[in-house]
Design a binder for this molecule. Structure first.
Ligand code: CA
Length: 270
């Protein structure tokens, strides 16, 4: 686990908000034991607006994934402590984030095995920087389309949430979201109008190490409601069913003409 000074990914602390006008960029985990290659990739990615996490071993990679939940993963197949191919199913047990395998020429057969095991794409070492950036964009775009809604734009009330562009607009004005708020809202938006269990929100927003930290969801939902709802105590969009789960309601109706199917979702702050 090597946090970089610049572009340091947001820690999983309760306080992460900044006064930045924009939503922080997606996080990329570089799993690579070659320090020079890591440095080049990290510098490039940070310059392109990504937040960079690094792991030089398979063990630290799993730890980073469990506690940081990166948006996309670059996986070198030749690691010192574990075979990169065998790491793919382990990564998959924690996250659905796209995995781009980075292989040396001599690992070409492993590259196919890694794709079979659940990796999404591969790059052969000596790849160019534009190629790396293009593959990451494709991976993230693919991920934005994954989920129950095919759309990457979800509208609710006066809001337009552009998941792929990482942007929330109220009318034509952008609303700043912290990286965690963005992720939480994106998980809800990918299953709009459905109750998303608290455990799913925790795993997909924070990582599998946080499955039992229900308080995190409550704190961030409180923050999101204060940003998005006119009356946070009587939310129109961010509903909950006790602490069991939450729902982003896109077709808002007044309390009176609320459809029967949604009445079980309480319109009160959790
Ligand atoms: Ca290596």
């Amino acid at each position: 686990m090597h946090d970089r000074q610049r572009g340091r990914a947001e820690p999983n602390t309760m306080i992460d908000d900044t006064n930045d006008a924009t939503t922080p960029g997606p996080s990329v985990l570089i799993i690579e034991d070659d320090r020079n290659l890591t440095r080049v990739c990290a510098t490039t990615l940070e310059a392109a607006g990504y937040r960079v996490l690094e792991a030089a071993t398979g063990q630290s990679a799993i730890q980073e994934i469990r506690t940081r939940n990166p948006d996309i993963i670059l996986l070198d197949l030749g690691l010192p402590d574990v075979d990169g191919v065998s790491l793919v199913p382990q990564i998959r047990s924690h996250t659905a984030a796209p995995i781009i395998v980075v292989s040396g020429r001599e690992q070409d057969a492993d590259k196919v095995k890694a794709l079979d095991a659940g990796a999404n794409d591969y790059l052969v070492k000596s790849f160019s920087i534009p190629e790396l950036l293009a593959r990451i964009r494709v991976g993230l775009r693919h991920r934005a389309h994954v989920g129950d809604t095919a759309s990457t734009v979800v509208t609710f009330g006066e809001y337009r949430f552009e998941i792929e562009a990482r942007r929330l607009l109220r009318g034509d004005r952008p609303v700043h979201l912290s990286a965690t708020e963005f992720k939480l809202l994106a998980v809800l938006a990918s299953r709009a109008d459905q109750l998303v269990p608290t455990e799913v929100l925790l795993k997909e927003t924070w990582g599998s190490a946080y499955k039992r930290k229900g308080g995190y969801v409550r704190v961030y939902m409180f923050a999101l409601r204060h940003k998005l709802e006119k009356d946070p105590a009587k939310p129109r969009f961010l509903l909950n069913e006790g602490h069991r789960g939450y729902c982003l309601k896109t077709a808002t109706t007044s309390r009176e003409d609320q459809p029967a199917s949604t009445t079980r979702l309480r319109r009160s702050a959790a």
